[in-house]
Design a protein around this ligand. Structure first.
Ligand SMILES: Nc1nc2c(c(=O)[nH]1)N[C@H]1C(S)=C(S)[C@@H](COP(=O)(O)O)O[C@H]1N2
Ligand SMILES: [Mo]
Length: 320
């Protein structure tokens, strides 16, 4: 089990520092950059509302400063979304404004030392925040590049202190059909569920997103907190998370439950394994001018290929 291991570029060491000192040092560092007095620096996005500026602005991680293509236009991205809770089409951004993120909490439970509930405000205030410019590849064969603000999922895993029997991490989205009218579509298996292995959760690319484009996360992007797994098809990147469970059995995700032949558990991006109904060889860049070749693991093989060594026997399931 190596989920406490930090990537080589890791700087803060909260484990070796009392939490208060650690938090203070973060404000100090951020404040110094902006020419502010540390004590006057606001705590990270405390009680901030979606689309307000993210203050203090987390530093861009130099390892993920350039996605090799331009950042997708914010206005375009913010009006082209998959969020079936608000409708089974791309124009859900208005409907998603019904989402209320004040007082949002996440339950952390299952095979952990001690289950707990934490507000997203507290979680964010204690997290090693950074910005990453990252590629996203939807299983529908379109893609985008987003400057996400967030922190590695491994931070939440270490807070959770999973027991040795925990093999998978299961994520769940809110369920409230009064807010999310798409949830009246009873043939979908609400709530939206996703999952990863504990090893995938420890990978430096597995990211919990709480902001985008320098702002507190837009509602349509899955406020106040969503996952992003850039080497997997977009449906794995579950939005508006309310529960994170550490479990022994492999979770069955929303799309797998609906159509397991088309949407599997692994869903790693691979241009050579087609979706049963369309090719995955190329992708349409959102706001771009035409199709480009799709890359194995969406171009993030260096970070994640090792997770799947020796898994050839899994066959196409690894790729859809
Ligand atoms: N809860 C929830 N999460 C979700 C979805 C959804 O419908 N509901 N759609 C997924 C899909 S298919 C994609 S491509 C991305 C889209 O994220 P975006 O709208 O920020 O581009 O969110 C993923 N997360
Ligand atoms: Mo998607």
């Amino acid at each position: 089990m190596n989920y406490l291991r930090r990537p080589s570029w890791w700087m803060p060491d909260s484990a070796a520092t009392p939490e208060a000192v650690y938090l203070n040092r973060r404000s100090l560092m951020a404040g110094a950059g902006a020419g502010l007095i540390a004590a006057a620096a606001p705590s990270a996005s405390h009680a901030a509302k979606p689309e307000e500026p993210f203050t203090p602005a987390p530093a861009r991680n130099p390892a993920y400063a350039d996605a090799g293509r331009p950042i997708t236009d914010e206005a375009l991205n913010a009006t082209y979304n998959n969020f079936y809770e608000f409708g089974s089409h791309k124009r859900i951004s208005d409907a998603a404004q019904r989402l209320e993120t004040d007082g949002w909490t996440i339950a952390v439970d299952g095979l952990v030392e001690k289950p707990f509930e934490i507000s997203t405000d507290d979680l964010i205030a204690g997290a090693p925040l950074e910005e990453r410019v990252i590629r996203h590849r939807c299983v529908e064969a379109w893609s985008m590049v987003v400057p996400w603000v967030g922190f590695p999922l491994s931070h939440l895993v270490s807070l959770a202190k999973p027991l040795s029997g925990a093999k998978y991490v299961r994520f769940e989205t809110f369920k409230d059909a009064d807010v999310a009218r798409g949830q009246l579509q009873f043939w979908y298996p609400w709530p939206y569920v996703e999952g990863v292995t504990i090893e995938e959760a420890a990978n430096e690319l597995a990211f919990l997103v709480v902001g985008a484009y320098g702002k507190v996360l837009h509602k349509q992007f899955g406020a106040p907190i969503r996952l992003h797994l850039p080497w997997k098809y977009g449906f794995k990147s579950i939005k508006s998370i309310v529960r994170v469970s550490f479990v022994e059995e492999r979770p069955v995700s929303f799309w797998e439950e609906l159509q397991s032949r088309e949407y599997g558990f692994w869903a790693n991006v691979n241009p050579e394994v087609d979706h049963p109904r369309w090719s995955q060889a190329t992708e349409e860049v959102l706001g771009g001018d035409g199709r480009i070749p799709t890359q194995l693991f969406n171009g993030y093989g260096e970070q994640v290929a090792g997770l799947y060594s020796g898994m050839e026997g899994v066959g196409d399931a690894l790729w859809r």
